[in-house]
Design a protein. Structure first.
Length: 372
């Protein structure tokens, strides 16, 4: 399971089955006994012949969150292995350099229905402990401080009215309640520092756990433009602990995917994956009609922790892989970074020279949730 406590980008829960209607609850005794006998017979029959059991959608995956930018669990791994905060940041945000925020910068935060104006570093003090455990190494907290400070200046979630939400739609802000000696020290150690690409502030998405590789922004957020500092990179300090497994009876999966198919739910086939194994698009199959959905929509409907997912169907004791047309073999450990990226090792020099290409506008993939 992911190590970070952040609720960042976790899909909402799904309601359980509705209660039985009053008419059913007021059935007379003979009818109730009949239903019980039928259910018992069905259960006995299924146990005797597993082949007759209803199919189950088996989903195995890795990571938690959208996968774009900095993995908080990965940052923890780097910090534990001796990396500085600048080395952590240069790994996850390719080609960026450290710069300074405008003097006396103020963040407009939407808290409830009110917009609060908070000086930039005071705002960051109220974020770090809400997004990352204050017990983590200083380098991880410092990386989070720079990422959160930069994000506050580049999110533009509310247009001219406000800059950021105070919740997971941007990044969590809890004011003084989130502060501690360790997190305040991280803010002080990085005072005013932000990330630049090509001399301009570079939006710094982050999330809980990568599972072993991050994702390029255009594949992680449907409709987003490619950005040279937000490309998929190997995350060497995440592995088996980031994996998860979900099993859904077909009836449950069908309810969650209702409206994405016609007829009877028949399964899921993956069409395309990104730089990492995360799903970019898939087809939800029905006996009458199917539809194509993007990865975040599919993961959200099914209640998955991330879009790094593989699908099988279990019928009785038989397990069959669902079709996958992405051309990528199943893997839990991608072998190499995406082209043009590198995996720095602790002890290498921090910061990477910026690309000569001018940075594109960061407003094309705004927001801190599925669009950011």
């Amino acid at each position: 399971m992911p190590l970070s406590d952040a609720t960042y980008h976790r899909p909402g829960g799904f309601p359980g089955a509705p209660p039985a209607p009053p008419s059913a609850r007021r059935q007379r005794l003979p009818a109730t006994l009949l239903c019980a006998l039928v259910a018992a017979f069905a259960a006995t029959s299924t146990a005797a012949d597993p082949a007759k059991a209803a199919p189950t959608l088996v989903i195995e995956g890795a990571g938690e969150g959208h996968g774009v930018g900095m993995s908080q669990d990965g940052a923890l791994g780097y910090a534990r292995h001796g990396a500085s905060y600048t080395q952590i940041l240069s790994h996850y945000y390719t080609g960026t350099t450290i710069g300074q925020a405008p003097a006396k910068a103020v963040v407009k935060v939407l808290v409830g229905a009110k917009v609060k104006r908070v000086p930039l570093d005071r705002y960051v003090r109220g974020v770090i402990g809400a997004e990352m455990s204050s017990s983590w190494p200083a380098a991880a907290l410092e990386a989070q401080a720079v990422a959160s400070r930069t994000y506050a200046l580049t999110d533009h979630a509310g247009g001219s009215r406000f800059d950021v939400y105070s919740d997971t739609r941007s990044q969590v802000y809890r004011g003084a309640a989130a502060e501690s000696a360790a997190t305040n020290a991280a803010v002080a150690a990085t005072a005013g520092q932000i990330l630049l690409y090509g001399g301009k502030p570079a939006i710094t998405y982050f999330f809980a756990s990568s599972g072993g590789m991050t994702e390029s922004v255009q594949d992680g957020f449907p409709g987003a433009e490619a950005q040279p500092w937000l490309v998929g990179v190997i995350d060497p300090f995440e592995g088996a602990s980031s994996r998860w497994k979900v099993e859904l009876p077909f009836a449950v999966a069908a309810r969650r995917l209702r409206g994405l198919y016609r007829g009877t739910f028949h399964g899921i086939e993956v069409l395309r994956r990104g730089a990492s194994p995360r799903i970019v698009s898939a087809r939800v199959l029905g006996t009458a009609a199917a539809s194509v959905v993007d990865g975040p929509t599919l993961a959200g409907r099914l209640g998955l922790s991330s879009t790094w997912a593989y699908f099988d169907v279990r019928n009785g004791t038989a397990l069959k892989q669902e079709p996958d047309h992405s051309g990528q073999a199943r893997t839990w450990k991608p072998a190499a970074p995406a082209p043009g990226t590198s995996t720095p090792t602790p002890g290498s020099s921090g910061g990477v020279p910026p690309s000569p290409a001018a940075a594109a506008s960061t407003s094309g993939a705004s927001g801190g949730t599925e669009a950011g």
